[in-house]
Structure formats: C-alpha cells, structure tokens
Design a protein around this ligand. Structure first.
Ligand code: 13P
Ligand code: 13P
Ligand code: MG
Ligand code: MG
Length: 373
C-alpha cells in the first residue's frame, strides 16, 4: 500500500475577545504550543494555527488517516485547555462549542467542526483550506457547485480532457441524517434542486468521477441539532485539492470574485453576505460580521506542509489579494441593504431556522392573547 497523507482541519469556538469577534493571542498560543509538542512527538508532521473571527482553527497534516482518535484527542485537549484559559480571562462565550463533555475517540457530535481528507500524494498536490465565521455548512454549496460543475466558471471542465467525466457530489441531508451521491454533468439539475436548499442539504465530499479521486471535503456539523437549541453557528471548514486534472487554484478561487448570501449572521438568525478576506481581516465586527471567509493555500510534500528553509510551513493567504476587493465592496453593499430591512424576512432567517433561537420564547408570551378569527 502506498503511504497516505491526511489533512485535518478541526475548529472550535472556545471564547472570544469582546463578544463573538476574534480569538485572542493567549488562546492561539495554546494551539501553537500543543501542536508544536505533537509535532515533536511525531504524532503530526506539520501544523498551522489560525483563527477566522471567534473560531480557533487547527490545521494538521499527518499520516494517521481520517478520524484518527489520537488526532481528535489532541484537538479536544487543546480546545479544553483554551476554553479554560478563556474562562480565566472571562472571555465571551468561553467553551461555546464544547457542547458535550464525553470524548471517546472523536470530536464529531461534541461541538467542534471537522474536515478531513486522506490522499495519495500526487507529483505535486496544491491544497486550499477554507474557513468561515458567522455562517453555516451549506455556505460552501454555491462555490463548490461553481468549482466542480459549472463550465461557465471552471474553464477546465470544458478544456481539460482529464475532467471530461465530471465530478460526484456527496450531499448530506442535515435534517434527516441521510446522504446521497449525485453525479455531474448528468444530474446537474437534481444536484441544484437539492443544494439550493443550503440550510438542509450540505455538500460533504466531491470526487472526480472517472477514478474516484477525492477532491473536496467539508464539515457538516449542525450545532443546533446537537444541542436542540441555538448555541452559536456551525462556522464551517472545507478542504479542496487543485490542479492537474482538477480545477486550477485560480478556478477554485474564481467563484469568490463576487459576494453571495449565507445563513448565520448576528445571533445565527440572519442572512448575510460573505466577505472573502486575508487573515488580518478575519474578524467579525459590524452586526457581528459581515460573515468572513479565508482561503489558505499550501503544497503537501512527504506527509507534511511544504516548508521554507527555516522549517516554517509555507502558507499562502489567498483572499488577502486586492483582486477580491470587488467581493468585499459587494459584501458591504449587500450588508447595508439587508440591515435596512431590520428584523423583516428575508433579512432574518426563515421561521424553521428561528425555532432554534430565543425568538419562540418572545412569541410564547402572546400565546394566550390570540383569539380565533
Ligand atoms: P447574549 O444573550 O449572551 O448577549 O448572547 C447573544 C448572542 O451573542 C447570540 O449569539
Ligand atoms: P458564533 O457562532 O461565531 O459564536 O456567532 C454567534 C453569533 O450569533 C454572533 O452574533
Ligand atoms: Mg462565538
Ligand atoms: Mg464563530
């Protein structure tokens, strides 16, 4: 069996400075310390700790495979330690996403979000990880469709014979707890019929159809379904593989030339525009947003992130580019438009989504006063 490399991105909101805005340095330092130790001990081969808004992100590259209990334990312990620090500092929402204290080999179902991808390294394997705050898992549906199925966006679908067979999408029905695989281009209309419902149907994986090469993997956590109530949003993460018979890095990024609307702004109760940003701007302020998204590019090499001469992993902060200024401007404009509507739909989420918030308690008070008409 050839050696395989695993990319794991595990994230958790363990507490934020000044509301739900940003992960402060002391918490990032705990991530850095624990992952450095795990690298020294040989559990992982490389790592990168970062944040998008109030979500602490642990990117790890290793050879232990997906859903490995030791890797999950490392993430779980790190989140616990960071949450304790957040508690000491009285940071806001300390331990917010640590919903259940019942670790038994996996963080799945306990609150943190996970994306993992095990690959056989190609001659050169460019990877992009996406992470977003103040939104939810279905917010990658639209760009994933554009990247892997829309020939008007990804030129390679038309030009590159290696992509001619199309791609297969695994879609999770978050409400029913079921999944289905749909193939494009043959079933494109059926695919859109499902994934247009972004709050229910979530693309979890994408493979190249002709050889089942894995090329995208995303988190599908629904915190409200775990907790049964609103406890913060399932700010999602996704891993995409690019080039050489897959969409080029530039084709993976092309859908982000424009902003689009996603669910999960302010109190997890509003639609908001995605603002693609560099790491330095991955902080949520205005009405707790607008929702931010970062894209980090790197190469995997011999089970690790390709690193520079000092041994530092080489990470490209892709949305820091001025080319995404248009999307950022659009996001500000859409934000202004939506906020003018205040608490009126469609600025506010649908009544089904609001069931998990505190809004029903407000309406409950009027229950007795309703008279038949
Ligand atoms: P508080 O009720 O603690 O202010 O929380 C509101 C909130 O931030 C929901 O996301
Ligand atoms: P987070 O899920 O990012 O903590 O956001 C909570 C929220 O509703 C902020 O308005
Ligand atoms: Mg938060
Ligand atoms: Mg968050």
């Amino acid at each position: 069996m050839p050696k395989k490399t695993t990319i794991s991105l595990i994230k958790c909101d363990v507490g934020s400075l000044a509301g739900h805005h940003v992960v402060p340095k002391p918490l990032l330092s705990i991530g850095e310390k624990n992952l450095r130790k795990a690298k020294e001990n040989g559990l992982i081969n490389s790592y990168y700790v970062f944040n998008v808004g109030d979500d602490l992100q642990l990117l790890m590259v290793h050879e232990k495979g997906e859903s490995n209990p030791e890797i999950h334990q490392l993430a779980w312990n790190t989140f616990q330690e960071a949450a304790n620090k957040a508690l000491q500092l009285k940071l806001y929402g300390a331990g917010q996403d640590l919903l259940k204290n019942a670790f038994s080999g996996t963080v799945r179902g306990l609150g943190p979000g996970v994306a993992g991808m095990e690959i056989e390294e190609r001659k050169s394997d460019p990877i992009i990880v996406f992470a977003a705050d103040k939104t939810s898992a279905g917010s990658f549906n639209l760009p994933l469709f554009r990247i892997f199925a829309d020939p008007m966006s990804t030129a390679g679908l038309v030009i590159d014979p290696n992509m001619a067979g199309g791609f297969k999408f695994e879609i999770v029905d978050a409400k029913e707890g079921k999944k289905v695989v749909v193939k494009c281009p043959e079933e494109m209309y059926e695919l859109i019929a499902l994934i247009g419902t972004v709050e229910r149907y979530i693309i979890s994986r994408v493979w190249r159809a002709r050889d089942d090469l894995i090329c995208a993997s995303g988190s599908v956590t629904r915190l409200s379904l775990i907790a049964g109530k609103y406890v913060g949003k399932d700010d999602p993460v996704m891993i995409v593989r690019a080039q050489h018979g897959l969409p080029a890095v530039g084709e993976v990024l092309a859908p982000f030339m424009h902003s689009y609307l996603v669910a999960g702004w302010m109190r997890g109760s509003h639609w908001g525009p995605v603002m693609p940003v560099g790491l330095k701007d991955a902080r949520c302020t205005l009405f707790d947003g607008p929702p931010r998204m970062v894209a980090l590019g790197f190469q995997v090499s011999n089970g690790a992130i390709a690193s520079d001469d000092d041994g530092k992993p080489m990470i490209a902060d892709l949305f820091a580019d001025p080319a995404f200024e248009l999307a950022r401007k659009e996001a500000s404009q859409y934000a202004a438009m939506l906020r003018r509507m205040g608490e009126f739909e469609p600025a506010r989420l649908s009544v089904e989504s609001m069931e998990y918030t505190t809004l029903p308690q407000v309406i409950e008070k009027l229950k007795e006063r309703f008279k038949p008409i």
